[in-house]
Write a protein that binds this ligand. Structure first.
Ligand code: ATP
Ligand code: MG
Length: 147
């Protein structure tokens, strides 16, 4: 099972054009197994981003993630983790704009925090993040329900 978790952050979910364009990229590159709007409370966000606790941007990040609805996807493809991270581009938007202008963060990121999207970085992160964002799913029984 080659899946990853993608999250579109609040500012792109609010922007109808950006949201549609990113969904198009997703559907061109992956099978969407599950997709839903998700309200990430500060508590959920703190848990999700626990690895960054103590960093200078942590409070800014968890506050931002709770500032409006996000959209979460479970994506399936060959090499899905690396593929989605490549489509997202570099974490830092100012770098993305210059080095990868066509990547999602280059096109729709606003700042290093408001960088449009999230993608799991390992199989362990996929399992952990799906259990946080899609607690209702049985991870052993993920199946194609949406495309
Ligand atoms: P993500 O985990 O969201 O897919 P990433 O793996 O590319 O992104 P991480 O280092 O895990 O980057 O950072 C998690 C998130 O924290 C980033 O997506 C960004 O929103 C925020 N962030 C990271 N570095 C900075 C920074 N230097 N300044 C502000 N925000 C940052
Ligand atoms: Mg990360």
């Amino acid at each position: 099972m080659d899946i990853t978790l993608a999250l579109l952050k609040p500012h792109v979910v609010r922007n109808v054009y950006a949201f549609q364009q990113i969904k198009q990229i997703i559907h061109q590159n992956f099978t969407v197994l599950h997709s839903k709007e998700v309200h990430i409370t500060k508590q959920l966000s703190e848990h999700f981003y626990a690895e960054h606790k103590g960093k200078f941007f942590y409070n800014r990040l968890v506050t931002f993630m709770g500032s409006g609805p996000c959209h979460a996807f479970i994506l399936q493809s060959k090499d899905s983790i690396a593929k989605w991270r490549e489509l997202m581009g570099p974490t830092k938007v100012y770098k993305a704009v210059y080095s990868h202008p066509d990547c999602i963060r280059g096109l729709y990121g606003l700042s290093d925090t408001r960088n449009a999207c999230h993608g799991s970085d390992s199989e362990e992160s996929v399992a952990r993040e799906i259990s946080i964002i899609f607690p209702e799913l049985d991870k052993n029984r993920l199946s194609a329900v949406d495309s």
